[in-house]
Design a protein around this ligand. Structure first.
Ligand code: E4P
Length: 215
């Protein structure tokens, strides 16, 4: 499973990239707004840090405008994947721009049927938001599993990005569910590195070493 970082913060991206585990980055309008920086400039900088798919989202909601904006966003860098919300207009836009070779990530997917339609329209990626489903008392991981199964059964190339990840168990479960990618906030990525027995083990090794050989 590939790991994308779910942030528009370049310090976080730079740090995580230095660990050698980042395959790509996803942003959304809320994440970019948090940075209070020019959109094109942020996307360009992210592309200069990570050599992989970088999702950047359109703001337009009507198909014609989405198509124009998607073309502009795709021009920022060859690695840019245009994120388009899962609406009828979004599907129309995906079907047009995907034929032009523009890579797309259909976002805000909350049902298997939405994912199926996005794949049929030509989406490169679909992003089921599992954490937001968990928030309303539904098992978000079941959706990830269903979409992976449907794409496998019918041979769609569209990749599944487990999104709206809230904790390390989401990542493990998404990997077991067969998600091609998990897009992970930096805080969760840091939690994934931790285990108390690792810290206890290091402390014991150091104590034993210093007991025998000194500092
Ligand atoms: C995915 O592409 C989205 O940016 C993200 O995962 C949304 O997560 P949230 O539900 O925590 O805002």
């Amino acid at each position: 499973m590939k790991i994308f970082l779910d942030t528009a913060n370049v310090e976080e991206i730079r740090e995580a990239a230095s660990w050698g585990i980042v395959d790509g980055v996803t942003t959304n309008p809320s994440l970019v707004a948090r940075e209070k920086r020019d959109f094109n400039e942020v996307v360009q900088e992210i592309c200069s840090i990570v050599d992989g798919p970088i999702s950047a989202e359109v703001i337009s909601l009507e198909a014609e405008k989405m198509i124009l904006e998607a073309r502009e966003v795709a021009e920022i860098h060859p690695n840019v994947v245009v994120k388009i919300p899962m609406t009828v207009d979004g599907l129309k836009a995906v079907s047009v721009v995907s034929k032009e070779g523009i890579k797309t990530n259909v976002t805000l997917v909350f049902s298997a049927n939405q994912a199926l339609l996005a794949a049929k329209a030509g989406a490169t990626y679909v992003s089921p938001f599992l954490g937001r489903l968990d928030d309303i008392g539904t098992e978000g991981m079941n959706l990830v599993r269903d979409i992976v199964d449907i794409f496998d059964i019918h041979g769609y190339d569209t990749e599944v990005i487990a999104a709206s990840i809230r904790n390390p168990m989401h990542v493990t479960d998404a990997a077991l569910a067969g998600a091609h990618i998990s897009t992970i906030p930096f805080g969760v990525l840091k939690q994934m590195t931790k285990h108390p027995l690792t810290d206890i083990g290091i402390e014991k090794f150091m104590q034993d070493w210093e007991g025998a050989f000194g500092k």
